[in-house]
Design a protein around this ligand. Structure first.
Ligand SMILES: [Zn+2]
Ligand SMILES: [Zn+2]
Length: 406
């Protein structure tokens, strides 16, 4: 059974983003958000820019349609939904300080494995591990129940390759809820993109743990039950797992919408202290998009980054080595200058304007067609387009529309 994600629109997310652009006397581009429908337009032409902004010339109409595999699949999402319902059992099991302590510990311990392991090591190779430690890091991340390490890291590499373009698997370009969890609940992105993670896919033990990612998650749940019975399982394990899901997902959704931008990256990434505290340092997402290959995402002492602190201790103990840090030049390159154009935000808003324009043109075309053709609309008609959010791809290689390449 499938239900379309037709109202996970881009409008809420990016109206907020565009409104937060710096406003000055001769600001580069002024954007307006329409109250009805939330579409937006440019109301004046760019007059100055600190960066050349590559033009986006066209969005093919077919690129705006969602494929059928990009809809929530409720049957395969049942385990994910059940995990969310399990914490409601506290009304029967009760709750103790011990269980809350287990919940807190498992949240941050597993957040470390996801951020320092799945993300900074497997997706970005920002430091080195021995083969045993590498496997332990993958197994620790698997306890979070966020699928396999190769699946996770490959999709994340794809995100960096196509950040906030139509091909991006979880850009808020398709709406907040899509970027937060919609993309996970559909079948479209289920396969592991081995082509993007060949460097780690060559290890048989990693391919095994990637395939059996649920085993460490189930073992951890069983351990919680053995430790403190049902209350520890419900609160210590399931509640922390749900919080861990959404803490991690905030990096895909909120850090492209809320917070400050220090660097003029080509995307909409932002820095947020609140999300950094919730995610062991992943909230410094604009820093990260600016320079991806560092073990630290907080670039200054006040940018709290717990995962990096732990990695530093691990390097002192010889458990990790060659932690990469940003060169000094990186800290001053591409800094955003107040009042000047933000190329990343502008690029995305231009893309959105084109999408709206394209939708409108296609809809008008369909209305004209309807006046001479009274047959019922087929599945490939513009009626389907009207219901679509955007982005289609013809296959699981995702969309590679050359017109959108920068
Ligand atoms: Zn990002
Ligand atoms: Zn990353």
């Amino acid at each position: 059974m499938h239900i379309a994600l037709n109202k996970f629109t881009l409008d809420f997310s990016f109206c907020h983003l565009i409104k937060s652009l710096p406003q000055t006397e001769n600001h580069a581009v002024r954007y307006a958000c329409y109250p009805q429908g939330g579409s937006m337009r440019t109301s004046s032409k760019r007059t100055s820019s600190n960066q050349a902004i590559p033009p986006i010339k066209a969005v093919a109409p077919e690129a705006l349609q969602l494929g059928k595999d990009a809809r929530i699949c409720w049957t395969t999402s049942i385990p994910f939904i059940m995990v969310h319902l399990m914490p409601l059992a506290i009304f029967w099991t009760g709750i103790t300080w011990f269980d809350l302590g287990v919940c807190f510990t498992l949240y941050y311990a597993r957040m470390f494995f996801i951020t320092a392991g799945y993300h900074r090591y497997f997706a970005h190779r920002s430091y080195k591990l021995g083969r045993v430690m590498q496997f332990l890091m993958a197994a620790g991340g698997s306890t979070a129940g966020q699928k396999g390490v190769l699946w996770w890291a490959a999709h994340h590499r794809h995100h960096h390759r196509y950040s906030d373009q139509l091909e991006d698997v979880h850009s808020p370009l398709r709406g907040f809820w899509w970027s937060h969890l919609g993309w996970i609940l559909c079948d479209r992105y289920n396969p592991t993109r081995f082509d993007l993670i060949k460097d780690f896919a060559k290890f048989p033990e990693l391919r095994w743990i990637d395939k059996h990612w649920y085993t460490p998650a189930i073992l951890l749940g069983a351990g919680c039950w053995a430790l403190g019975g049902w209350p520890t399982l419900v609160v210590g394990y399931f509640l922390s797992t749900v919080l861990l899901y959404h803490g991690t997902f905030l990096v895909n959704s909120a850090t492209h919408l809320f917070g400050q931008r220090r660097f003029a990256t080509d995307d909409t990434s932002r820095n947020s202290m609140i999300i950094a505290l919730l995610t062991c340092g992943e909230g410094w997402h604009n820093n990260h998009h600016h320079y991806q290959s560092t073990a630290n995402q907080g670039f200054y002492w006040w940018e709290v980054d717990f995962s990096y602190y732990v990695l530093t201790v691990m390097s002192w103990l010889g458990l990790a080595k060659d932690l990469r840090r940003p060169p000094k030049s990186i800290l001053t390159n591409d800094l955003l200058i107040p009042g000047q154009c933000d190329k990343g935000v502008q690029r995305v808003s231009e893309l959105i304007a084109l999408i709206h324009q394209d939708r409108k043109t296609t809809h008008q075309g369909s209305m004209e067609k309807t006046s001479v053709d009274t047959s019922p609309p087929g599945p490939d008609s513009a009626y389907a387009l009207k219901e679509a959010t955007m982005i289609s791809a013809t296959n699981n290689g995702y969309n590679k529309n050359p017109a959108l390449k920068r």
